[in-house]
Design a protein around this ligand. Structure first.
Ligand code: AMP
Length: 280
């Protein structure tokens, strides 16, 4: 059977109806397209837990600041469609921006404190854009499950909070980060890297893994974080942040914090890379 691509809300609801009538469960995987194995890991997990899987592909203008890469963001719906068909997805939902945000659209979902740190500090308004579109997608599709990647750890935590606060009837599930064989977390934005930058980029996960390992052995955080910043800066990275945070609240953590996450955002040339690791 061919994989349907739906691009408006009426068709989405019409497509969902027979599944719901048959008592089937539905999982939604929200994406911005330019799909890679990281996204497919979300689809695989979705298939494992639900009868039906919808993948949304929507490059959300609300979550990009005017100077950011909204127009340059890679769009490759045909390749995405092939990948999703092979992965066993049941429906692709790819609304046009005008369909998502009709004339006069003026409502936002503004997440609280969790969204103001880290990415929120460097990308003001970003998580308002993310939360607004994710809440819309969840209300449009009303899935039983929604899957997000740990690659965007803060995003996943913000969405959990929004879903809890607004009593949205969905279970949010997190999927571990999928990495290339050299350790770099897969990302649609890796396509921006030149061949040379792509080689250099592996220093980010290598450095984070060393820091995570040292912190796991109980070493004092600040000197190690400072050394990591120095290593990356010397290699030509520009650092937005490399921080150790409480895995739940995302406030700065130290040796005494129970559950910790190492989070980083850096620039390599014109490409912004984010990554994070659990401290075991
Ligand atoms: P994006 O298309 O970049 O907005 O990502 C869509 C979803 O895929 C988000 O929940 C991401 O966290 C997740 N994702 C992106 N890259 C990866 C990866 N390398 N491993 C796991 N999940 C990922």
């Amino acid at each position: 059977m061919t994989l349907p691509i739906i691009n408006n809300l009426n068709d989405l609801r019409a497509g969902l109806l027979p599944w719901r009538e048959a008592g089937q469960t539905v999982a939604l995987v929200p994406t911005m397209g330019a799909l890679h194995r990281g996204h497919i890991a979300l689809v695989d997990e979705a298939r494992r837990i639900a009868n039906r899987v919808i993948v949304s592909i929507f490059v959300n203008p609300l979550q990009f600041a005017p100077h950011e890469d909204f127009s340059a963001y890679p769009r490759q719906i045909e390749e995405d469609h092939k990948l999703l068909a092979a992965a066993g997805c049941d429906m692709v939902y790819s609304p046009a921006p005008e369909a998502m945000y009709g004339a006069g659209f003026s409502t936002s979902v503004v997440p609280g404190d969790l969204a103001n740190r880290l990415e929120g500090e460097h990308r003001p308004g970003h998580f308002t854009g993310v939360a607004t579109v994710v809440v819309k997608l969840l209300l449009q599709a009303l899935p039983d499950f929604a899957l997000f990647g740990e690659k965007d750890y803060q995003q996943m935590m913000v969405i959990r909070q929004v879903v809890r606060d607004l009593d949205l009837p969905v279970s949010v599930l997190a999927v571990p980060t999928v990495r290339d064989t050299d350790g770099l977390a897969l990302s649609s934005r890796n396509a921006y890297l030149s061949v040379e930058e792509r080689h250099q980029a592996t220093l980010l996960p290598r450095t984070l893994a060393m820091v995570a390992e040292a912190l796991g052995r109980g070493q004092i955080a600040q000197p190690i974080l400072q050394e990591a910043r120095q290593t990356l800066t010397s290699a030509g990275f520009r650092i937005d942040y490399i921080e150790l945070v409480d895995a739940q609240t995302l406030v700065p953590a130290d040796e005494t914090t129970a559950r910790r996450r190492l989070v980083a955002a850096v620039w390599l040339g014109k490409t912004r890379l984010i990554d994070n690791m659990e401290i075991l």
